[in-house]
Design a protein around this ligand. Sequence first.
Ligand code: ATP
Ligand code: MG
Length: 397
Amino acid sequence: MQKIIIIKYGELTTKKDNLNFFLKTLAQNITKTLGTLATNVYFDTGRMFVEAKEENISPIIEKLSKIFGIHEIILGYKDADMEMSQIKANSLALLQELTFTTFRITTKRSNKKYPINSMEISREIGAHILKNIPGLKVDVHEPEINFNIEIRYNEILYYYETIPALGGYPVGTLGKGLLMLSGGIDSPVAGFLAIKRGIKLEAIYFESPPHTSEAAKNKVLALAKILAAYNAEIKVHVINFTQIQEGILKNMPRDYLITIMRRMMYRISAIIAHKNKCHIIVNGESIGQVASQTLTSMKCINEVVKIPVIRPVACFDKLEIIALAQKIGTYETSILPYEDCCTIFVPKHPVINPSLEKCYLYEQSVDYEKMIYEAIKNEEIIQIKNTEDMEKFKGIL
Ligand code: ATP
Ligand code: MG
């Protein structure tokens, strides 16, 4: 018998026509993420398999538990010997290693040519186990050990240990999206949820040096790195927003600062998305959370772009978002106290129900198109990978 990691797909198997595309993408994502840890990755329509040296199995499971499109990870064994006597010997050898009192044998026979049917195999193996390990009882409803035997065409699989995984779709199967990534709690969670639906993300971050620091930027890059573990890699577009922000600050009534600033962010995001073949913008807006996220504000801000804006946490409350941030590992980094360009010039009383007419009027006072062009021309691109050791973020991670 050889130890093997078996992957179950779950929801993916409902994709009839393009199942193969989904599976190929999943296999690519797994191969890329595991790198040299795995010696072989292969699949059929029912299962994916990862072969590796014994010492690499734990780190591999750790990495697989962050890959979308995997429903369950199973630590199992395979054997090409398909004789009933060998199935008995293997099952006994594996179960003898464990401590338990109740069990069941579950047999799945995808190879319908195999001469003995599933029920019979389960019965015979069950009897063999009861005869050879004293003190056991069969419990088909709630057994301590559910021992699985899968009869395939060229091999038999044995397993009793399954680890639930993330589910969702393999990253990249739904195309690309651009995440507006700030250093806050909400946007990394929004990014995670988008990745879960199979979207490959690039990120955009607006900085306002010297009002925002290098540390604030590193914090955002650190968050991108955490997300990259789910996504394989993320390209971060860093946009210098200082000139635009100062222009707005100088020329516009204070209560409209945030509204206009966010309209500018949306305009830039839409252009960056278009240039990088991203089909949607994703952000961490949550309905009612702040003045710029009332329904009228959202409508007024959204009005500057045609590209769909997806807000995965729109209907979550803050506590739900925090719980998810903790689960995915972004929370500790998000709460580090660094300033964001959205917060440095926050007026005391931002408008809650902005009017479009006023936005048009105020925006006439700055040549924002030229400033947007400049900001995009000077974008800095940082490629974040999850494989390489990114020394410079160590201090803040
Ligand atoms: P977060 O929402 O990420 O917790 P926040 O609450 O401070 O941070 P908001 O002011 O609520 O941010 O902004 C709403 C959304 O706008 C953010 O979730 C994020 O998607 C986007 N955003 C805000 N600031 C920036 C920025 N500096 N760069 C890129 N996107 C930003
Ligand atoms: Mg927020």
